[in-house]
Design a binder for this molecule. Structure first.
Ligand code: NAD
Length: 486
């Protein structure tokens, strides 16, 4: 493997070369299922390393943008084929590095392949419109053009899909990328970048620099030669990045946290709603930005829903994501583990009734496991109903009407994803109109993203721009309006 110096030490990728950092320092990435196991070491890069990567990207972008979209697309098709050949290896790295179960990790990596192919094809699609001029002897048209160098800053919870769904559209539209992944998922990111290397993507076009958020992430936000920054992660970091990029007149896109509601109406199919609460709330150990964390149930069905949920949650197996029977792996990091335990404690102190789980699950290897956890009759003023927990914790909330449920669903700062289970078309249409969320889902769990559709939140969840599908073109290009007269 070219990305590694030895079996463990992963390098930066700058100007088409794998290289160490000028700090000569590395940080360890550990397995949350076995914290003593080092999955790899990644470069603790400096501002100097970042400057070199941005310089390489600037030079690389000039040539890359002169290629045709079809030529750029061919490199991405090749990278897709290479990633497809390495799905098992990349997924294994993901499971070991951040704890996601192996089947989920494979699914995410296959999603990465599909993202590459979707945007590779985009190189052959229209890049503007002909607009009728008021001058009959003139031709007027719009033309999408690249921005230049794009900084991509990503979190640890989707180590393959998020770096790709940001970088690949940036590339196909003619930009060069400097990717700074979360350190907790940087080994997996290096494996993804290897696919671009093997595909022969020209030097300087795709760059990887690992290191501290406060050095490399902040450095990207401040860098005058980085035209745009796309970020996914926590609200506090996102707001800082937004302010920093805006202050220098750059373009930015922020996708942040969620506190997603799942509404269960009296007229719903309870079994399907229970499955959606479990799948949407507990899969990936609740570490999806779109996961359901508030389950708002109408009073007529509340007890029945609760009993069915409790019966099903009994069967959930928690364990190393490599075990075939594990439904939920560990929390991805020690700090995440501590934070989830703290929220469970806060919930109890606030008076919410803990009706399932709530404890760490101990094993010999010291993995960061937490039981699936359910709180009963949570009220909206409680912290566990307002703040993103990012763990396997469901808050059940009781309401009398669907209108009340929608008001409660909207009573948070966030607005990423929301779902309703109902067979009543009036309830469904009211929900579609009144819910404050970028992703609106009917009779389906809150988690779930299709790469060909726009993705993003409202309120504190987003800077209101959209990722993925055709929406990505809006962020990664700008428009020239051309007026031609003979
Ligand atoms: P985080 O904000 O801690 O880190 C995200 C990235 O920002 C990392 O690469 C980190 O190194 C970097 N960073 C940290 N400090 C920085 C700084 N001062 N300047 C620039 N960059 C900096 O988030 P996380 O803990 O990795 O991820 C979890 C969060 O991500 C959750 O809040 C989750 O909801 C959110 N998330 C949102 C979406 C979405 O699309 N809305 C998707 C996945 C995750």
């Amino acid at each position: 493997m070219k990305a590694t110096l030895d079996n463990y030490t992963y390098m930066n990728y700058v100007n088409g070369q794998w290289r160490g950092s000028s700090s000569n320092e590395v940080t360890e990435s550990n397995n949350p299922a076995k914290p003593d196991e080092i999955v790899g070491k990644v470069q603790a890069s400096t501002k100097n390393d970042l400057d070199e990567a941005v310089e390489a990207a600037k030079a690389g972008q000039k040539k890359w943008s002169k290629m045709t979209g079809a030529e750029r697309g061919n490199y991405l098709f090749k990278a897709a084929d290479i990633l497809e050949q390495h799905i098992e290896e990349v997924a294994l790295s993901m499971t070991k590095e951040m704890g996601k179960t192996f089947p989920e990790a494979k699914g995410e990596t296959a999603r990465g392949v599909a993202i590459l192919r979707y945007y590779a094809g985009e190189g052959m699609r229209p890049e503007g419109d002909v607009i009728p001029s008021t001058d009959s002897s003139a031709l007027m048209f719009s033309k999408r053009v690249p921005l230049g160098v794009v900084g991509v800053i990503t979190p640890w919870n989707f180590p393959v899909a998020i770096p790709l769904w940001k970088s690949v559209p940036a590339l196909i539209y003619g930009n060069a990328v400097v990717l700074k992944p979360a350190s907790e998922a940087a080994v997996t990111a290096a494996k993804v970048i290897e696919c671009f290397d093997e595909a022969g993507v020209p030097e300087g076009v795709m760059n990887l620099v690992t290191g501290k958020g406060s050095v490399i992430g902040q450095g990207l936000a401040e860098h005058e030669d980085v035209t745009a920054v796309t970020f996914t992660g926590s609200n506090s970091t996102g707001q800082l990045i937004g302010k920093t990029v805006a202050a220098r007149g750059g373009k930015y896109q922020l996708e942040m946290g969620g506190k997603n509601p799942l509404i269960v109406a009296d007229d719903s199919n309870v079994d399907l709603a229970v499955d959606a609460a479990i799948s949407g709330g507990l899969k990936s150990t609740g570490q999806k930005c779109t996961c359901s964390s508030r389950v708002i149930v109408q009073s007529g069905i509340y007890e029945k829903f609760k009993q069915k949920l409790l019966a099903k949650v009994e069967d959930i197996r928690v364990g190393d994501g490599l075990n075939t029977d594990a439904f939920m792996g560990p929390c991805a990091t020690k700090s995440q583990f501590e934070s989830v335990k703290e929220y469970i404690k806060i919930g109890q102190e606030e008076g919410a009734e803990l009706i399932f789980g709530g404890h760490p699950v101990s094993d010999d290897a010291g993995g960061y496991y937490i039981e699936p956890t359910i709180f009963n009759e949570v009220s909206t003023s409680m912290k566990i109903a307002q703040e993103e927990i990012f763990g396997p914790v469901l808050a059940l909330m009781k309401v009398d009407t669907v209108e009340e449920a929608i008001d409660l669903a909207n009573d948070v700062d966030f607005g990423l994803s929301a779902s309703i289970f109902s067979k009543n078309i009036d309830h469904i249409l009211t929900f579609i109109d009144d819910i404050e969320a970028g992703l609106v889902r009917i009779n389906s769990e809150t988690a779930g993203v299709e790469l060909q559709a726009p993705f993003g939140g409202m309120k504190a969840s987003s800077s209101y721009s959209r990722e993925q599908g055709q929406a990505a073109k809006e962020f990664f290009t700008t428009t020239k309006t051309v007026f031609v007269k003979g």
